[in-house]
Design a protein around this ligand. Structure first.
Ligand SMILES: Nc1nc2c(ncn2[C@@H]2O[C@H](COP(=O)(O)OP(=O)(O)O)[C@@H](O)[C@H]2O)c(=O)[nH]1
Ligand SMILES: [Mg+2]
Length: 342
């Protein structure tokens, strides 16, 4: 199976010659803008790592004992990485340094390797069809950012020269169809839509049929985001999957779960229902701009056992970045334990 390997504006595939002029426009989606907002989303976690954790090393010759470990645990829990990851780091530090003088470099290494394991993904590009259209189904709780994320994804594909058709499968609200239609015309994608209250599976069917007949490269299908406690939602997602698979047996090639980075535990457990019902393959973590809860990538990955593939960093079509674990860890740990004040 071929894989998409797009990197978008923050890391172009083609490196321009050294003397090539730099692009002049600084849109909100420019490399600097996106990275700045990504770093802002990591602010709280980075701050805790840089102040609270670093403070633990101030005492010369401190030993890795119960008191050190519980201080470390307390500091780590204050980041958004969650208690499970914090405990795993503490265990690793204990295993490697028990009864020795604290080695800050080794603690940093434990944090990095433990988190890297927990993100359990390498770069996770999107799966694609070997031939014919690639179908991407998008699901998630109401208001999480599905429709906006679809627009951003479609925008990326269109900018790469791919032809995109969108399926307005959230027929629950008329406004949802209008919202997607507006995005489609703005970014240059085709849309298949129905009246409010129409069967979402029939919209999905028509969208995929249109993608095949019109030789489109990508078909992205929006869905309604009602609560997972409603068994009709489960049935609806199942039916959508079945009608898609009738047209293309291996489709949908990706099922993306959109999660709101600012939402609490309740929204995460709601989303869990979607994930199970829809057979999700990856996560789009929306609204990471301005939330300062970037550490939440770790518990989100753990909760769903799915890779975070993209992060949403604003409301515009360009405000989507590919999530790259290595860069994420670099940003998180940049400056940690450094001598300069945080
Ligand atoms: N700041 C910010 N707002 C977002 C992002 N993604 C979506 N939104 C906003 O969140 C709200 C709900 O998004 P929408 O796509 O309609 O959610 P849906 O109900 O899941 O389809 C809208 O006001 C969007 O503009 C993001 O990455 N950052
Ligand atoms: Mg929507």
């Amino acid at each position: 199976m071929a894989l998409f390997r797009f990197r978008g504006s923050e890391k172009p595939d083609t490196t321009p010659a050294a003397d090539a002029p730099k692009p002049a426009e600084a849109s909100s989606g420019s490399e600097g803008g996106l990275l700045d907002r990504f770093r802002a989303g990591l602010k709280k976690t980075v701050q805790v790592l840089n102040t609270d954790v670093r403070d633990l090393f101030k005492q010369e010759g401190r030993l890795v004992d119960e008191s050190f470990l519980s201080d470390l645990r307390r500091a780590l829990v204050r980041t958004d990485m969650g208690p499970t990851a914090a405990e795993a780091i503490v265990k690793d530090v204990y295993a490697k340094q028990r009864a020795r003088v604290v080695d800050p470099e080794s603690v940093l290494d434990s944090i990095r390797t433990t988190l890297a394991e927990r993100l359990h993904q390498t770069d996770a590009p999107l799966a694609a069809a070997d031939s014919g259209p690639t179908v991407i189904l998008v699901t998630g709780v109401n208001g999480s950012g599905k429709t906006t994320s679809i627009a951003k994804l479609a925008n990326r594909f269109v900018k790469e020269g791919r032809r995109v058709v969108l399926g307005a499968g959230d027929t629950f609200r008329a406004a949802a169809v209008e919202q997607l239609s507006m995005w489609a015309s703005r970014i240059g994608a085709e849309i298949v839509r129905s009246d409010q209250g129409a069967d979402p599976a029939s919209v999905a069917h028509r969208a995929v049929a249109r993608a095949i007949e019109g030789s489109f490269d990508i078909c992205i299908i929006d869905t309604a985001g009602r609560l997972q406690t409603q068994s009709n939602l489960m049935q609806e997602l199942g039916k959508i999957r079945r009608v898609i698979a009738k047209l293309i047996p291996e489709a949908p090639h990706e099922v993306l779960l959109v999660i709101d980075a600012t939402a609490g535990q309740n929204a995460l457990s709601q989303a869990k229902g979607f994930s199970e019902a829809a057979g999700c393959t990856g996560i789009v973590l929306a609204k990471l701009d301005g939330s300062a809860r970037g550490g939440v990538v770790v518990p989100v990955t753990e909760t769903f056992k799915l890779p975070v593939k993209f992060v949403g960093l604003g409301e515009k079509a360009d405000d989507l970045a590919v999530f790259e674990p290595q860069r994420y860890l670099d940003a998180l740990l940049a400056g940690s334990f450094a001598d300069s004040p945080a």
